[in-house]
Design a binder for this molecule. Sequence first.
Ligand SMILES: [Zn+2]
Length: 413
Amino acid sequence: MRLEDLRVNGKRLRQSLEEMASIGATPGGGVQRLALSDEDRRARDLLVQWLEELELAVTVDAMGNIFGRRPGREDDLAPVLSGSHLDSQPRGGRFDGALGVIGMLEVMRTLRDQKVQTDRPLVIADWTNEEGSRFTPAMVGSGVWSGALDLQRAYDRSDIAGKKLGEELQRIGYRGELPCQKFPAHAYYEYHVEQGPRLERERKIIGAPEGIVCLHWYDVYLKGEANQVGPTPMEGRHDALSAAAEMILRVNALPEKMGGNMVATVGEIHNQPNSRNVIPDAVHFTVDIRSWEDERALRAWEVLEKEFLAVAKQRGCPIEIEETWRVARSSFAPALVQRVLKSADELGYPSLQMVSGAGHDASYLNQVSPTAMIFVPSIGGRSHVEVERTTWEHCEAGANVLLHCVLESAAER
Ligand SMILES: [Zn+2]
């Protein structure tokens, strides 16, 4: 068979995705596989079993990242690497992460079926704790691997029950012997569901993000003056929650004011004492600003900060602001992005160049190796929820694009 005619086995891909989705399955049709939980361990065990059936060399590093290596004809050359994550959000979707791991597994199974040996070795990866929902921050497995995050600091992160990440890795048997450190890779591809509405809206099957937007996180703390709500007149109050409400609406209005493809969100708020008959005296809320242009996001924050200070002053509520996390925009390797578009075209799938609004392990991988991602449509643009779905046909299409991108990269000198 000519390599151009090679296609993955869509039926087998679906079976494996369904089998994986049965681990931590939730009543609403999603999955709950929090990082380093028993469900995560069972998902890892199943993956390792599948990798061993393919006779891959399986290794686990000190962060619990799992790798399966398939030798190449010229085995000393840097491998082509591809993968994603098997952990999920609480009551999350069955495709987010799993599709990229099982998609690469299906690529390797197809190559074995057809007895194709590539020039470069191939490596599949399952990165630890991508979601960051049980342990913050997100993308910690690939972060430590790439050298951006510190191993001991990652081990010391606690969940809300006080359990440490390092101890939980040990408990589930995935604190590996191999040091967690980057190795050279010729290319990294991450296959993932879009998690947004654009591909569906524009009737495309494949998305090729040119990169991942910048991400700026802030924490805002407001003080007020608590008092009985009945006898206290409206004028002269220092109501921290009313001040926060004004600020939150400014955040919501910010993207329209600034232009560009910016989004800005307040997703978390804590109100003290949170009683219907006490004027709130302490409020903490978060701000998340994302944009393709780092500069524009920074300018937006300057505008917002001035508005926050003005509101705080006018309401007599002292304010404190903390800059919590900042990740610069990640621009993928243009040659690999073009390869994704070209492969989609040759396979007859309509495609689109776009931008990723969500963070992925590919952000950190991009600091180590030329990187690109392959997106397929999310039905209704929904993700991080139990109803997250992608059609089986689209799952297969994305895996075919991955197959041909991997083959081309693996044949390069
Ligand atoms: Zn994901």
